[in-house]
Design a protein around this ligand. Structure first.
Ligand SMILES: [Zn+2]
Ligand SMILES: [Zn+2]
Length: 363
């Protein structure tokens, strides 16, 4: 689904995509990337490249599952992103009821962006296995722990600690003690700063007889049938944010890009290294800070959806209005935890379904 290998030229020569290349067919209820107001439509982008497209996986048996879940309506109010077929700039939302409790099977991948305020925490579940990318702040421990438990997590196969700032590893030690972990990845085994969180994380790992694993560039790990690859331009940075582990998660044809808090330097190094950054969903770097999400970077990623993990009324003014403007120019639908609460994305390998925990949604 992501547009691999495109936009490798200079930003000036990049043609904005998805202008009028849409074909609309009615009848595909619910499991759609995008929706039209009033009734659900599947809207698929027409091919924009002569590159061979791998055959889509047929997962028709997923439909009854999702329908059953919808009918079960366990009471969690969620919302599905609606985007009108004619305009790409303004997402339209509509409330629906959907259960998010019974999708732990191997029929889809679930990515949950927890509402941890001005911090990052994402849970990926696939085929009964779970991976956590960042933990939120120290104060988020009970919330994150309860949320993971409510989502059926009993143990974590992988943890990715993108970088050692408190808003990313604040409660990592507590989560390691609560759930255990097979492998914890971090950009470095050392952190030359007075960080209790980093020390506690290491202590918790040591209690399991483990220590930090620093991934190799392009190392790929598997979470059941999902695949995550660590991306690196092979540079070193003084700025801790720029040291963030960047990872590209693929499930079928759907791709997510996790970026920690990388800023301008790391973004440009990744672009200049010619690494494929294209993704359907971008976890926007550094909570929407103006020092990240440069045009050069966004034109390589070209996300259809941009998730910003950000605190309501935060003291940093995140997300920056310039970043929101750049994301608009990149034609990405912006999804913010401060507005939508916990943001969940289901992928069946070809299509994405979104749901939100926030109750303040209105059209
Ligand atoms: Zn940071
Ligand atoms: Zn951060």
């Amino acid at each position: 689904m992501a547009r691999h290998g495109k936009h490798k030229d200079t930003p000036e020569s990049v043609t904005p995509r998805r202008k009028a290349n849409y074909s609309v067919s009615a009848g595909d209820a619910f499991l759609s990337d995008t929706y039209d107001t009033g009734s659900y439509h599947r809207i698929e982008a027409a091919p924009v490249s002569p590159e061979p497209v791998p055959p889509k996986k047929k997962r028709k048996w997923l439909w009854p599952l999702l329908l059953a879940v919808l009918l079960a309506a366990a009471g969690i109010t969620a919302a599905v992103l609606l985007r009108s077929a004619g305009t790409q700039s303004t997402p339209v939302r509509k409330n629906v009821s959907v259960s998010m409790t019974d999708l732990n099977g191997d029929s889809c991948m679930r990515v949950t962006f927890l509402d941890v305020g001005e911090a990052d925490c994402a849970l990926i579940q696939c085929g009964g296995e779970a991976m956590l990318i960042d933990s939120g702040n120290y104060a988020d421990l009970s919330y994150v722990k309860q949320t993971l438990q409510s989502l059926g997590v009993t143990t974590l196969k992988y943890i990715i600690a993108t970088h050692p700032h408190e808003d990313h590893i604040g409660c990592m030690g507590g989560l390691i003690r609560a759930f255990g972990v097979e492998t914890l990845y971090a950009p470095s085994a050392e952190y030359h700063s007075d960080s209790t969180c980093f020390d506690v994380m290491n202590e918790a790992l040591a209690e399991l007889g483990k220590s930090i694993t620093v991934p190799r560039a392009n190392e790929t790990i598997r979470l059941d049938s999902a695949e995550l690859t660590f991306l690196s331009a092979g540079k070193t940075y003084e700025n801790t944010n720029d040291t963030s582990l960047v990872a590209r998660l693929r499930y079928g044809e759907t791709v997510f890009l996790f970026t920690g808090d990388i800023e301008w330097d790391a973004e440009h190094d990744l672009v200049e290294a010619g690494i494929d950054l294209s993704a359907d969903v971008l976890k926007v770097p550094h909570h929407g800070s103006a020092s990240s999400s440069s045009y050069v970077f966004l034109y390589q990623v070209m996300p259809r959806y941009a998730v910003i993990s950000v605190g309501r009324d935060n003291e940093y003014g995140h997300p920056d209005s310039d970043v929101l403007s750049r994301l608009r120019d990149a034609d990405a639908a912006v999804l913010r935890t401060d507005e939508l609460g916990t943001i969940t994305c289901f992928s069946d390998g070809t299509a994405l379904v979104w749901s939100f925990s926030g109750s303040d949604l209105s059209e």
